[in-house]
Design a protein around this ligand. Structure first.
Ligand code: AMP
Ligand code: GLY
Length: 431
């Protein structure tokens, strides 16, 4: 099966690594990375060059295209490829608005009675400032469009909110601004596969958004994850499916924008139940790096079944284990970061049983008779370990992380910490 995979990050490396477990899969990645080049062909076409990607797909005629990042989805890549008669894993541009526009997503949530934070939309900075003067805090300010993680600012008081509004208004995505009620609770990433009618939930995951331990410092793309999340009990999962996921899939279909692909609900588990923070139209990063090593079924067959609207025909099986992923980033990230540093210990970490290293910002260069790896990105790599339980997975992941180094390498020391502390409390409480 010939598969075209769009993207170049750690998430795409994890998807490709899983796809290649099927020996019949022939992989082409665009734009790809050094790690993806080791698993197939790469074509250096950027994910937002839609006409370039369509031309590539027409030339290669893949049996399936899997679209990793959000930008090409929002720009309509799936629609163009479907118009060429090609099978695609990923939603149409209109359905991807659920991620592409926060105003669209919030209005949709209200129309379909989904639990979410109260909000107001502003088209004008002055009006937003007036509203902020009379508001109570904390509040959350959001730019409407895709802003690569820079579009959400949580403000504890008025001064911070007034500064944030100016910051957001200067972004391309900031022509419309949402001001949202702050939700307290614990965040989870809940993924389902859907072909527009059938829904298959995936094991839940938790991301770690901030750069420093104990959820301190600025937000990043994600510094670590574990899967499944012990917080998501069967009862909670039933509530999520009944009050959020099914109404969303049905609502999108009845509005004439059926959703096909991976639907990612970012949820806050509050004292009054799960509430939607955001929807994403794609796999999460780094959650996918924790999820993929647990998948027992054939990812290529699953994605093809989604693309062909026959998700009901397949079984999706998972290892009954836990995965923990620790992201290692370059010095300076999420601000301007160092690049070009030699990475040591990668092979040693990768060869540990139960460990796999997914590369996001790594460039492999042929030097003499062998490859050397250099940093080339903010989030450089993600170390995933699989074990029988969360403490085992976390320990193993950190053991492998300890083998990898480069100047200025940074990682959080507390991935999984909150869940581990809770399980300790629970264990001692039940004695
Ligand atoms: P979003 O892109 O909307 O998910 O926002 C990015 C991050 O900001 C989320 O993952 C949360 O950590 C935080 N966040 C967003 N909205 C809220 C909210 N209403 N209350 C509390 N935190 C939020
Ligand atoms: N893990 C956060 C995201 O993929 O958006």
């Amino acid at each position: 099966m010939k598969i075209l995979l769009i993207g170049s990050g750690g998430r795409e490396h994890a998807l490709a690594w899983q796809l290649k477990k099927n020996p019949r899969v022939q992989l082409i990645s665009a734009p790809g990375s050094s790690a993806l080049a080791a698993l197939g062909e790469i074509e250096q076409i950027s994910p937002d060059n839609i006409s370039g990607l369509v031309t590539l797909a027409k030339r290669k005629r893949p049996d399936l295209t899997i679209i990793g990042p959000e930008a090409p989805l929002v720009l309509g890549l799936a629609d163009h490829l479907r118009a060429e008669g090609l099978a695609v894993f990923g939603p149409s541009s209109r359905a991807a608005q659920i991620e592409g526009s926060k105003v669209f997503a919030k209005d949709f949530m209200v129309r379909h009675n989904l639990p979410t934070a109260n909000y107001a939309v502003f088209y004008d900075k002055e009006e937003a400032q007036q509203y902020l003067e009379g508001a109570s805090y904390p509040l959350v300010l959001k730019a409407d469009g895709l802003a690569q993680g820079k579009g959400v600012i949580i403000c504890g008081k008025l001064e911070a909110a007034l500064k944030a509004i100016t910051e957001l208004a200067s972004l391309e995505a900031g022509r419309r601004i949402l001001i949202e009620e702050y939700l307290a609770g614990e965040e989870i990433s809940y993924f389902v596969l859907t072909d527009g009618r059938n829904i298959v939930p995936l094991p839940s995951a938790q991301d770690h958004k901030t750069i420093y331990d104990n959820d301190c410092g600025p937000n990043t793309g994600g510094m670590g994850a574990y899967c499944p999340a012990p917080l998501v009990t069967p009862t909670l999962e039933r509530i999520i499916l009944d009050t959020i996921i099914r109404p969303t899939v049905l609502g999108l279909a009845t509005e004439g924008t059926p959703y096909s692909g991976l639907l990612y609900a970012g949820l806050m588990i509050t004292l009054s139940g799960p509430k939607v923070l955001e929807f994403n139209a794609r796999f999460g990063d780094p959650e996918t790096q924790a999820l993929m090593p647990l998948l027992k079924s054939d990812l290529a067959e699953i994605c093809l079944a989604v693309a062909q609207g026959r998700l009901n025909e397949i079984e999706v099986e998972w290892e009954n284990k836990t995965a923990a992923t620790v992201v290692m980033s370059a010095e300076g990230y999420p601000g301007p970061y160092r690049q070009g540093d030699l990475i040591t210990g990668l092979e040693e970490a990768n060869s540990q049983p139960g460990v796999v290293v997914f590369e996001a910002g790594v460039e492999r260069k042929m030097e003499g008779a062998s490859f050397n790896s250099y940093t080339k990105g903010g989030r450089v790599l993600a170390v995933t370990a699989v074990n029988d339980d969360l403490p085992g997975a976390v320990d193993l992941a950190y053991e492998a992380v300890g083998k990898i180094s480069w100047p200025g390498a940074h990682y959080r020391r507390d991935i999984g910490g909150k869940a581990l502390r809770k399980s300790l409390l629970y264990d001692s409480g039940s004695d």
